[in-house]
Design a binder for this molecule. Structure first.
Ligand code: ZN
Ligand code: ZN
Length: 364
């Protein structure tokens, strides 16, 4: 079982020193799990792991989580019971550590942050997502192996659906096939978007009971967790015969995907990968129909910084993992998206998912 990870804590502390931040407040199971193997969320109960720029971490936590926290090697635990108020514990910590500026987890519940702000109005808060994101950016060999396994499971689920899908099936039935395949392979499904026909033009369509018709284009975007690491992959295919327009649009998206991957090299700014993929779609005249960024980081979170988006100057580092997922969405008609997770290798792009087909697949 993972416990307090001193290497990760010390890398976080270096990041805090560089950014002139006095402490980091982690409050999500993902952050506290990453730093200390403490996979708990406090939900409505105030639960914060505080990491000072220098010194030992402390945990302000509900009494019912104290034993768990102790088992992770956290020494400074400040418990509170239901019916008591956690705010004075926080005020005391801020005073003891003489904090002026603190970074808070991006996904911290607003109720915690409001408690902190009301209790210590002098304390300045900054967003912590980039701070912890920086140390999670380059994946270790062990992390890469987990991401690769999660990607492989998602790939196999996609292929199983492609073997079984038929006109007359509901989007929701397709999602069940994906989820069951992932579960059978020992992973927990995290999400599955099945978007057929005109629904494919909505990038975040909520999978529905819509019945898939013959000759419709279908987008399937899905992911799962393997030992806390995520996968996320999208395939687009046609059930029946594809129209010329669908084939053409698919080929443009495929070329955009390839251009994005070809731009991947250590030292290249994230935004250049976005620009490379986008240029293909813009040059083909579909720029306005590619309304999202090209990708997002992935690891213990399904979406994490840095993002592959215009304005993201962060330079790619070896081991960084992110999605390359260009798309074209034609309202009222259909959508096409191709998404693989890639990692930055010494000399270029290394895909964790199997290669997407260069042409639109017609099933049946
Ligand atoms: Zn996706
Ligand atoms: Zn994605």
């Amino acid at each position: 079982m993972p416990t307090l990870d001193l290497d990760r804590i010390s890398r976080l502390q270096k990041e805090l020193v560089t950014r002139k931040i006095d402490a980091f407040f982690a409050s999500t199971a993902i952050s506290m799990g990453y730093l200390a193997g403490f996979y708990e969320g406090g939900y409505e109960r105030f639960l914060v792991m505080a990491i000072p720029a220098k010194g030992e971490p402390a945990l302000i936590c509900p009494a019912l989580s104290v034993t768990h926290a102790q088992s992770k090697g956290i020494k400074d635990i400040r418990g509170w019971r239901d019916g008591e108020n956690a705010a004075p514990l926080f005020a005391k910590l801020v005073q003891q550590w003489k904090l002026h500026t603190a970074a808070a987890d991006d996904d911290m519940p607003a109720s915690y942050l409001l408690t902190m702000q009301e209790t210590c109005p002098e304390l300045r808060f900054v967003k912590g997502g980039d701070v912890i994101g920086e140390l999670r950016r380059a994946k270790s060999k062990d992390e890469l192996a987990k991401l690769r396994h999660a990607a492989d499971v998602a790939d196999k689920a996609q292929l199983e659906l492609q073997r079984r899908i038929k006109p007359g099936m509901k989007e929701s039935e397709c999602a069940v096939i994906i989820r069951e395949s992932m579960t059978k392979q020992g992973c927990s499904p995290t999400f599955c978007i099945v978007a057929a026909g005109a629904y494919g033009a909505e990038p975040h369509h909520a999978t529905s009971d819509y019945v898939i018709k013959n000759n419709e284009v279908v987008i399937v975007d899905c992911g799962c967790l393997h030992e806390k690491y995520n996968s996320d992959t999208t395939r687009t295919f046609c059930v029946g015969k594809a129209s010329d327009e669908a084939r053409k649009v698919y080929e443009i998206v495929y070329r955009a995907y390839t251009a994005g991957c070809d731009a991947v090299r250590p030292g290249v700014p994230c935004e250049d990968v976005d620009a490379a993929a986008r240029k293909v779609i813009e040059d083909a005249g579909y720029g306005e129909y590619f309304m999202h960024r090209t990708g997002h980081g992935i690891g213990v979170q399904g979406h994490e910084p840095p993002y592959i988006v215009k304005g993201s100057k962060a330079k790619l580092v070896v081991g960084q993992c992110f999605s390359v997922e260009p798309g074209i969405y034609l309202p009222g008609k259909f959508g096409v998206r191709i998404e693989n997770i890639v990692s930055v290798g010494e000399t270029g792009c290394d895909s964790l998912n199997c290669a997407p087909p260069p042409e639109l697949i017609e099933i049946g």
